[in-house]
Design a protein around this ligand. Sequence first.
Ligand code: ADP
Ligand code: ASP
Ligand code: MG
Length: 635
Amino acid sequence: MERTKAAIAKTLALQWFSTTAQVAKVQVGGIMALIVQKYGGTSVGSVERIQAVAQRVIKTVRAGNSLVVVVSAMGKTTDGLVKLAHEISATPNRREMDMLLSTGEQVSIALLSMALQEMGQPAISMTGAQVGIVTEAEHTRARILSIETERMQRHLREGRVVVVAGFQGVASHADLEITTLGRGGSDTSAVALAAALKASACEIYTDVPGILTTDPRLVPDAQLMAEITSDEMLELASLGAKVLHPRAVEIARNYGVTLVVRSSWSDDPGTKVVSPIPQPRPLQGLEIAHPVDAIEFDTDQAKVAMLRVPDRPGIAARLFGEIARQSLDVDLIIQSIHEGNTNDIAFTVRKNSLNRAEAVAAAIAPALRNDADPTSGEAEVMVERHIAKVSIAGAGMIGRPGVAAQMFSTLAAAGINIQMISTSEVKISCAVAAEDCDRAIAALCDVFQVNSSPASGHHAEAATSDLPPVRGAALDLRQAQLAIRHVPDRPGMAAKIFTLLADCNISVDMIIQSQRCRLVDGVATRDIAFTVAQQDAEEARTLLQKAADEWGHGEVTVDPAIAKVSIVGTGMVGRPGIAARMFEAIAQQQINIQMIATSEIKISCVVPEAEGVRALQVIHAAFDLSGNEAIVVPA
Ligand code: ADP
Ligand code: ASP
Ligand code: MG
């Protein structure tokens, strides 16, 4: 991931500059600015806290601003409602779930409006339906289609503060059904309102001072960041940092909303989420238009695979430590689980680094003998000189599993075999044979209706930026790992598998195919492993197991006891050794890495669930992310 990044860093630096300039302009000319503020559950968790929020709102109004305030349900109300539902049914009806969960926010909007009125500030509360936050008819995970602004504008003109219920909307084409956006969705409501109202800023008030290098509940000396790019935040949010809903970041990035995350308990500036200046886009179809913005390709890639490396702590650290000492830039890295007790690790480098990378791998292979199974022999090194990386990119892919599936089916229809897959929230990359590259691009451009461009940084030298290589770390304990054994190695298998899951709305992450082919009844097969949300794991397993006879694959196994630890940073661009440092920190704790997947600006490792928190803590320390003061999170 190191080498395609210099240009990304440069572009981001430029975008950063122009966004900062834009913010400054708003402030200079800012008489009667329209601001959207959002207060989370803890911030409105009691009568006293609601009154404190009212005071802050009034202060902002007195400074000459119009205000739309979005609130969450009080404290842990939503969790309590979910629990109630599960006491009645193990699989509650999703429509009724929305009916139930949307009540939490209705309580807090009414109480906040009363508090404002009590303090002499005219205010009116509105539900999502009253505002006209129109969503898809997908209960419990609806996306926003459009927002009517006229009613809110009228109240604002009349001097009222408009208090809007977060997390909810209405499906207008389906009998005015009440919908919710998914847990944590009030952030998304707020940013979407800011985009629709063309507000000068969206301020998210929460129980921590802003966006921190990691979750302070797990790592108390996590440090506040003054700024973070929306790309970095998108990755962090989707890798488990709960502080912002990923879809909120997506909307901010797509519409250029000025977004800050701040503490409800202080006047400190918090963290600014910086987005590039976006292409103008219509507000209609707000969360659903254009999932893919660009097709990128990179033909200057070669692959090194090490087969049959022992499955024990320290192997990845050793291999990539040596690669880093040779200053070789590694792009994609994947490590898959495999039957028995050996793994495959594969990575891509620039073509002119291939010989050196191969030599490093060959030199350490003899040392990687699998002690547990002396018959397995030493690790084997395999290289592929001519490969290309083809990627689809776009913030609109988040939580939309059909997009990845569509990429795989498009490649399959063109008869192209996928050698490696690497996923992130905003990009899916496939390594394919170099001779297939042009056809892959043409087919993808056609399907997604966008133009192609060489991957940023294709000819870039080392990064010039002085950004720290890693901005933040995240832990996700809510994923499960699935493995499908002996999947026939032919074009179209990935497409079939992920289309099946996408049709049931199951999002997949960290897709990895083993590098080794194994002959089963004369058919070349590979194993495919991936992670899904724990709640989807059993359904995914059942679906895939049912397809086994028809598709010819073997057993499907689930491991729910995993943790995914990740590091994120645009500054990884052009800096060899970042992956090695992460793997080394984990190895020193004798923690085994079960899977590795990287994208340009992130590296994720799957480790045993019980080791997740410790892995996060050592990674955080290894990249010097700690601050001097412990962050105290109020109850
Ligand atoms: P709210 O109710 O205000 O929406 P959330 O609980 O959804 O608040 O999100 C805030 C919480 O996110 C924090 O209390 C913190 O524990 C957690 N968190 C996880 N990762 C981070 C991070 N990188 N920075 C800040 N907070 C984080
Ligand atoms: N109250 C909802 C939840 O707890 C939405 C939110 O707080 O953002 O998920
Ligand atoms: Mg939240």
